[in-house]
Design a protein around this ligand. Structure first.
Ligand code: 5CA
Length: 445
């Protein structure tokens, strides 16, 4: 992509309305525009990051056998009357009436609708286990939308729902979700800690939230600092083996880690003092097991091998896809701007031409652009007639992991500069070597 033909409305001034760094940087980097309280347009750069996050979520869901569907944003109120949540959900639910006076709502979550799909098409244990998920916009009329996309009213969520014959199988689905979430967040460069939590309006007995530690987080958290060292890495785990999956979950939940809702000061006090941490976190996901809470009132039943008819055991599992864009920035930035982890970067690498219009520099940049593209990478080439300083500032602000700088002085020695946004390290090398190094960083060597 050539910046001269792109739409990247960066702001020079720090927007006064933004209280936290991720919101400020998203506005300054031209990623989003607020259209109403808690409702945003996604501008091209922001949309690219959102799509990268969605792609990782899809891949990790499908890796463990979950099946994508797409349910609508608008739902008939009658479904929610069946579960009893239409009145219970309160003012957070946006209620709509159509021209025929039928009650609709903009979905805040989809337990009822997915249960309706299930009961219409499935009636036997032979079709279980089944997990369906989608990535769709939600609306919750939050009393205090704030912090940009972190607490929006309209926001993008991945929500998935498992259907199982009994509690044992449903707990395996719960654990499988925990495992896949750990991998999902790691791929985004995040440490997200599963913490025992409270279930709120979704209901149920078992629930964990996934928290990214950040001083600006809205949740109060208490944890054993050793929990921050745990990594899934690239170990291979058979997601169909309940014992293998449970062993991983046990490893990640054995250490003390809780939100204020479930915090137990006495248990916490038993930790060695130097490992006792109390801080704040951003909730980027939550998983729930709630058994037959929806299947029973809504009549979602299956026949068992011995001919009985029982309500299915369910759980629901959410990832805050749009919130993650803000959470990643909270976890990864410096005073100059965003530092995208490679897994979610909007462009893989920036090319800065320090002397636009110089024949040698222009043609070297074109060559690098083509070579990167041929390797399947997506570069952003700053080909504007701008001072070099302004180009560097833009690149630092938008946070691409790598930058290749091209100018006549280096080219006279056959060299360009490759710089890493995270470490600030820069090295001179041939254009070919710079292309190879970037390709290597993304596993496309
Ligand atoms: N039905 C369940 C699981 S699918 C559910 O709705 N869970 S939830 O309420 O915990 O939401 C899932 C995730 O969506 C949260 O962990 C959070 O990351 C994100 N989320 C919730 N509310 C908002 C909001 N107002 N703005 C941005 N993201 C949100």
């Amino acid at each position: 992509m050539r910046l001269s033909r792109y739409f990247l409305p960066v702001l020079k001034e720090t927007p006064a309305e933004a209280q936290i760094v991720s919101h400020r940087l998203m506005l300054r980097a031209g990623m989003i525009r607020q259209q109403a309280a808690g409702i945003y347009s996604w501008l091209p750069l922001g949309l690219r990051v959102l799509r990268r996050i969605e792609a990782i979520v899809h891949e990790e869901q499908q890796r463990v056998g979950h099946i994508p569907v797409l349910m609508p944003t608008l739902q008939p109120a009658d479904l929610w009357r069946e579960s009893g949540r239409y009145d219970a959900y309160g003012q957070e639910m946006l209620r709509i009436r159509d021209r025929h006076d039928r009650d609709l709502l903009y979905g805040p979550t989809n337990e009822e609708m997915i249960t309706d799909i299930f009961r219409a098409h499935i009636g036997s244990y032979r079709d279980l286990p089944l997990t369906l998920y989608h990535i769709q916009w939600k609306f919750r009329d939050e009393i205090r939308p704030r912090f940009g996309v972190m607490r929006g009213r309209e926001f993008l969520m991945k929500d998935g729902y498992n259907f199982d014959l009994d509690k044992y199988a449903a707990i395996h689905a719960y654990n499988r979700h925990m495992l896949s979430y750990l991998r999902t967040y790691e791929r985004m460069g995040l440490t997200a800690i599963p913490m025992r939590a409270a279930s709120g309006p979704i209901g149920g007995d078992d629930t964990h939230e996934f928290l990214v530690l950040a001083s600006t987080g809205e949740s109060e958290v208490f944890y054993d600092s050793a929990v921050t060292e745990l990594r899934l890495g690239d170990r291979r785990i058979d997601h169909d083996d309940p014992a293998a999956v449970k062993a991983v979950c046990d490893e990640f939940t054995a250490l003390y880690a809780r939100t204020d809702e479930t915090h137990d000061p006495e248990l916490f006090a038993q930790l060695p003092e130097e490992r006792r941490y109390h801080g704040r976190g951003i909730e980027v996901g939550q998983i729930f097991y709630f058994g037959t809470k929806y299947s029973e009132p809504m009549g979602a039943t299956v026949t068992t091998p011995d001919g009985a008819r029982v309500p299915v055991h369910m759980g629901s599992h959410g990832i805050g896809v749009s919130r993650l864009v803000g959470a990643i920035i909270e976890a990864s930035h410096d005073e100059r701007g965003i530092i995208w982890p490679e897994g979610v970067a909007p462009f893989h690498v920036g090319i800065v031409n320090v002397k636009q219009g110089d024949h040698g520099a222009d043609s070297a940049c074109e060559g690098i652009l083509n070579a990167l593209t041929a390797r399947g990478l997506e570069p952003l080439y700053d080909d504007r007639e701008e001072r070099a300083g302004a180009k560097f500032a833009t690149m630092d602000l938008i946070g691409l992991p790598w930058r290749i700088t091209v100018g006549p002085r280096g080219l006279a020695k056959g060299q360009v500069e490759l710089a890493c946004r995270r470490t600030g390290e820069a090295e001179e090398m041939s254009p070919e070597a710079a292309v190879s190094r970037v390709a290597e960083a993304y596993g496309r060597a």
